[in-house]
Design a protein around this ligand. Structure first.
Ligand code: 13P
Length: 239
């Protein structure tokens, strides 16, 4: 399957970050085969700018969240239609930081994923267990329930990102065996052709190993996607 390397900038980035993307393009020029998809999900304030400046550079732009409705009285929210209008092709939904900070339930995440598909975006649906849940041996039960509750029922395209909460921003990663086991579990629960990304402390030093695990079809990268050198190295590591 064609790998997808996605950068989630979270609440980072100003208009001056255009220079970081220019640097990334410089680092990748001529050295990245076009057999992989590259995606950058900056904060919503930069989507229009990045889409306008970099639409011909061979990578896609995505949002980090969307509202389930297309428009209406929801101050501060952004709809999937608005993201698409600004030039996005993907949107992350159900990231653990949104599930924790904004109390998003599986039902809410499914509604957002359906909204994304309605607007012509591909949702990247995030799932993953906490440290306590893994210690209790419940990781598959948790992830299985998140998948069952968050994936839209229709035929639309989507991507899954497995992001163990305890691996996000901590420098910790599951063992290769644990990643392989969880990805095989997820693979069996989604239809053919759906890509399953791994996320959580992916960096240049572990990218090649993680991206070569069976059933890992790419990565969702946080901190390391903010630095052009690191993100370029991770993009190159995809096979
Ligand atoms: P880090 O790569 O910073 O651990 O973040 C992962 C993540 O949450 C991507 O969505």
């Amino acid at each position: 399957m064609r790998p997808l390397i996605a950068g989630n900038w979270k609440m980072n980035g100003l208009s001056s970050s255009v220079r970081e993307i220019e640097k990334l393009i410089g680092l990748l020029s001529g050295s990245v085969p076009d057999d992989r998809d590259i995606l950058i999900c900056p904060p919503a304030t930069l989507i229009g700018l990045f889409a306008t400046e970099f639409s011909d550079e061979g990578f896609a732009i995505g949002g980090q969240d969307c509202h389930a409705k297309a428009s209406g009285p929801h101050t501060g929210d952004i709809s999937a239609e608005m993201l698409a209008d600004a030039g996005a092709a993907f949107v992350i939904v159900g990231h653990s930081e949104r599930r924790a900070d904004h109390g998003e339930t599986d039902e809410a995440v499914r509604a957002k994923a359906e909204a994304a598909q309605r607007a012509g975006l591909v949702p990247i649906i995030c799932v993953g267990e906490t440290e306590a849940q893994r210690k209790a041996g419940k990781e598959k039960e948790i992830v299985g329930a998140q998948l069952a509750g968050s994936i839209p029922s229709g035929e639309g395209d989507y991507v899954i990102a497995y992001e163990p909460v305890w691996a996000i921003g901590t420098g910790l990663t599951p063992t290769t065996r644990d990643i392989a086991e969880m990805h095989a579990f997820i693979r069996a629960k989604v239809r053919d052709g759906v890509r399953v990304l791994y996320g959580g402390s992916v960096k240049p030093s572990n990218a090649e190993e993680i991206l070569s695990i069976v059933n890992v079809h790419g990565a969702l990268v946080g901190g390391a996607s903010l630095k052009a050198e690191d993100f370029a190295a991770i993009i190159r590591a995809a096979k």
